[in-house]
Design a protein. Structure first.
Length: 124
């Protein structure tokens, strides 16, 4: 299987078919190179590795997003926890690490986003 095929398989497993189908439907010639990059690099290499579990990878990703202030990606990865096995307790543990090692304001914002996203997920 190619890195792209592995990437699409893992991407669908983690994010769900509906999310990936929506992203693929709006893909253009302009952003196709970027979509290929993340499908092969992020999903086909990093996420496809079996060195750590999807649960652990999910926690790491959320912590890194929060620590670097990339808040726009947090809802997508909170939703993915339903498929990766990362619990709300796991996510809170990751964000507490962010608070200590990267700053309370970033962790606080990430927690707010997570709470909003979990509430939306409960309503669905």
């Amino acid at each position: 299987m190619s890195r792209r095929e592995d990437g699409m398989k893992v991407r669908r497993r983690v994010l769900g078919d509906a999310h990936v189908d929506r992203a693929e439907a709006v893909k253009t010639d302009f952003d196709t190179p970027f979509q290929d990059l993340i499908t092969e690099g992020a999903w086909g290499t990093v996420w496809a590795s079996d060195a750590i579990s999807l649960r652990e990878r999910s926690m790491l990703t959320l912590a890194l997003l929060a620590a670097t202030g990339n808040f726009a990606e947090i809802p997508m990865h909170i939703r993915a926890t339903a498929r990766t096995g990362a619990t709300q307790t796991d996510v809170m543990e990751a964000f507490q690490h962010v608070a200590i090692y990267a700053g309370v304001p970033r962790a606080n914002r990430a927690i707010q986003i997570a709470k909003e996203t979990y509430a939306e997920m409960a309503d669905d």
